[in-house]
Design a protein around this ligand. Structure first.
Ligand code: FES
Ligand SMILES: [Fe+2]
Length: 368
């Protein structure tokens, strides 16, 4: 695969190492997004949803790997399966949202597929010659889970999920959370006027936190010596303590006393992020999917431990949403700046932004 390179920067591996960012046009160019689809979104493990959504045979939900619609389901034999959610007739999406069904029926001309993906019903089939429906099953997708978290991968030859996750489970377990006790509490969906990489890169540094997230920076110690960064292959981690003892002042936006002592922000390359905040058991899964070079769809899914009451839930999700909204303004501003083309390469502050450098290296290596 060949990517277009800036004419005045001959060796991009060296430039990235020195702290220069990927070219601005990588954030605006449709051809680059197409290459990212083929090299990244078609080939990596990405978060899809949680196990409770497919607890019983026939339960299904939809998700995407970049521009590819996917359905994840539990079949009649209780096996977890995933398929490309595109009809083999003329490519309508088959199901949307989530639900429970004995078969998957395409809404366009009513072709019907079994939960094992086989094509089982085709109206007017008896009027066709040489129609072999056994060749027209749904396209399978690799699916696996870590605890309650389900991941999918379009590449049937991809390495197993456990291998791809690498350090991710150990990092998550180091938070002290008993993941078994977490229960789904709700979700927020949104669209951003920015390239998906701007969204990832904003997530990967807290250099911007002090001037932009006053409540967050009062709660979490974002000073460079306290806010620790680690990159282990596909797992990019930021970890930081509370600034003050739990709930020691009236500014604390939610109850921070509990089993989790430190915040932990983990991005699993390319686009699945997992936030754990101090306090009682909590997990916010945040993932973002490119819609266009300058548009990204994002989702927050909130999980809290069983003992978290509705007041905690209200305060906690309001706090997370407020920080998220502060980020949207920053992210969209960066996209407008990149689109100007007047700053073809940014210059990272490598002490505080080295996770961005690691992320950009992963993108770069994937495309070259
Ligand atoms: S596109 Fe699905 S049945 Fe025609
Ligand atoms: Fe932020």
């Amino acid at each position: 695969m060949v990517v277009s390179r800036s004419t005045h920067t001959p060796d991009w591996a060296e430039q990235l190492k020195a702290g220069w960012t990927l070219p601005a046009h990588w954030y605006t160019d449709r051809a680059i997004l197409e290459q990212e689809q083929a090299a990244i979104f078609d080939r990596t493990w990405q978060y899809a949803g949680y196990m409770e959504r497919v607890a019983q045979p026939g339960d299904y939900f939809t998700c995407r790997c970049g521009n590819v619609p996917i359905v994840v389901l539990r079949d009649a034999d209780h096996q977890l399966r995933a398929f490309v959610n595109v009809c083999r007739h003329r490519a309508s999406e088959i199901v949307c949202g989530a639900g429970k069904a004995l078969t998957l029926q395409c809404p366009y001309h009513a072709w019907t597929y079994g939960l094992d993906g086989s094509l089982q019903g085709v109206p007017r089939r008896d009027r066709e010659l040489n129609f072999d429906q056994s060749e027209l099953g749904l396209i399978p997708v690799k699916v696996d889970h870590w605890g309650a978290l389900i991941f999918v991968n379009l590449d049937l030859g991809a390495e197993p999920l456990s291998q791809y996750l690498g350090a991710f489970p150990e990092v998550m377990l180091s938070s002290g959370i008993n993941f078994e006790t977490l229960k789904y509490r709700g979700r927020t969906e949104f669209e951003l006027a920015a390239n998906w990489k701007v969204v990832a890169e904003n997530y990967l540094e807290c250099y911007h936190c002090l001037p932009n997230h006053p409540k967050f920076s009062h709660l979490i110690n974002v000073d460079p010596d306290a806010y620790r960064l680690r990159a282990i292959d596909n797992t990019l981690v930021a970890q930081a303590p509370l600034r003050h003892a739990p709930n020691s002042d009236s500014f604390t936006p939610y109850q921070t006393a509990g089993e989790v002592k430190e915040s932990l922000f983990t991005l699993l390359f390319p686009n699945s992020a997992f936030d754990i905040m101090p306090g009682c058991g909590n997990l916010t899964v945040y993932w973002f999917i490119p819609i266009a070079p300058d548009r990204t769809y994002g989702v927050f899914e909130y999980f809290l431990s069983e003992e978290a009451d509705s007041e905690f839930e209200r305060q906690f999700t309001a706090f997370q949403d407020e920080v998220g909204e502060e980020d949207v303004a920053l992210i969209e501003s960066v996209q407008r700046g990149l689109q100007s083309g007047k700053v073809p390469h940014g210059r990272l502050m490598l002490d505080s932004e080295r996770l961005i450098q690691h992320f950009q290296n992963l993108v770069w290596r994937s495309l070259t």
